[in-house]
Design a protein around this ligand. Structure first.
Ligand code: KIV
Ligand code: ZN
Length: 389
């Protein structure tokens, strides 16, 4: 089994989301929770961006004992210096520095050329080595970078001392097979690739961030950059809980992570509350509907054997137990089950009669709650409603 390094960027890429900004105390609290979740690397912030972020990275560095603490910088000496200073107290400091390598970035952003960018990439790694030996290089917009040129840059930065090479699909453009082929190309065409870890950093603009990251590790990457609840610029980053559970569910892929999955759901809620960013109800793994069953066919199968409609036991990810939700699409077995949970023992004939009454009410309500069920049951027992059967 190969270990996949989990690099969490909730506090950096995730915090870039409008409305998600955190103060230093909030960042420290989340960093400690991330450490106890088992993440290997915590990207704590972008120290040059503001004095507040500088002190957040510094305080997180003091608080974290086991995980590597990482600070982002551009390929600019001043940025790298500030990142290095912010990491002064980190037990395991990592500087994450880099530059755009696609022609979009080289021409539009830097008004430059490939040779110049290559030289700047090497220079920033050499500069960062003044502060730590753990240096990660990012080739921004690698997803749209020509593979031959990307391979040249990657080879050069590894030679200059980069120990991790991050291949971001910054715009979320790649299809899973294309992203996988890119990683495979680097594995096969960069002579010193065995001296560095390849990292996936995928954005979700087309909803492919998780699929692309998995394709990346299948093709040779060994680090995934991700965030809790998939937070991040625009449509977000790869979601930590998704990649961790994919790796756990599909053991035949041959990977494992250090993550304690039972902490995923509570941490998802803590991040959502602290960042004031709700989790979409149908979000995989941590959405409020991820373990809810509402249609009659599904409920009947689930009540006979949970595995018919659930591949993950909610307890495995620290979520509340599965829910049988009652709507106008629900069936008799679900209704009987919910009555039973409330302490009402009805026979088949009773349930048939009550089901008609239930449907009449359910057609006018989105969801039938316990109080509605009690009312239906009491009215039936006291014969205060007339029934067609
Ligand atoms: O998406 C991206 O390319 C980034 C880099 C700064 C790593 O976030
Ligand atoms: Zn990003």
């Amino acid at each position: 089994m190969d270990k996949i390094i989990i690099f969490d960027t909730t506090l950096r890429d995730g915090e870039q989301v409008p409305g998600c900004k955190l103060n230093t105390n909030e960042k420290i609290e989340l960093a400690l929770e991330l450490e106890s979740l088992g993440v290997d690397v915590i990207e704590a912030g972008f120290p040059i961006s503001s004095p507040g972020d500088f002190s957040s990275v510094m305080e997180i560095s003091k608080s974290i004992t086991n995980a590597t603490v990482c600070a982002l910088s551009r390929a600019v000496e001043k940025d790298i210096d500030v990142a290095g200073q912010a990491l002064k107290y980190a037990k395991r400091p990592r500087i994450h520095t880099g530059i755009g390598t696609s022609d979009f970035h080289i021409k539009s952003k830097f008004n430059s050329n490939r040779e110049d960018i290559l030289a700047r990439a090497m220079q920033c790694i050499k500069w960062a080595r003044k502060y730590t030996d753990d240096i990660e290089f990012y080739a921004e917009d690698a997803g749209r970078t020509d593979n031959e040129y990307l391979a040249k840059v990657v080879e050069a930065v590894i030679k200059a001392g980069a120990t991790t090479v991050n291949i971001p699909d910054t715009t979320g453009y790649c299809l899973p097979h294309q992203y996988g082929e890119k990683i495979a190309f680097l594995k096969n065409n960069v002579s010193n690739i065995d001296k560095a870890v390849i990292s996936c950093h995928c954005h979700n603009d087309l909803g492919l961030a998780t699929a692309n990251s998995i394709s990346g590790i299948i093709n040779g990457a060994r680090q995934i950059e991700c965030t809790i609840n998939g937070l991040g610029e625009r449509a977000g980053n790869t979601s930590l809980e998704e990649v961790v559970m994919i790796i756990k569910q599909h053991k035949n892929l041959g990977f494992y992570t250090n993550i304690d999955a039972t902490k995923l759901y509570p941490l998802s809620r803590l991040v959502s509350d602290t960042m004031r960013m709700p989790v979409q109800p149908n979000k995989a793994i941590v959405g409020s509907n991820a373990f809810s069953h509402s249609s009659g066919i599904h409920q009947d199968g689930f009540l006979k054997n949970t595995l018919t409609y659930e591949i993950i036991n909610p307890e495995e990810v620290g979520a509340d137990s599965s829910r049988i939700v009652l709507t106008a699409r629900s069936g008799r077995s679900a209704l009987a089950y919910r009555f039973q949970k409330l302490g009402y023992e009805f026979n088949r004939n009773d349930v048939d009669i009550l089901y008609d009454r239930f449907l009449k009410i359910a057609d006018h309500k989105k969801e039938i709650e316990d109080e509605d069920l009690s009312e239906i049951a009491e009215a039936y027992q006291q014969k205060t409603v007339s029934y067609s059967k």
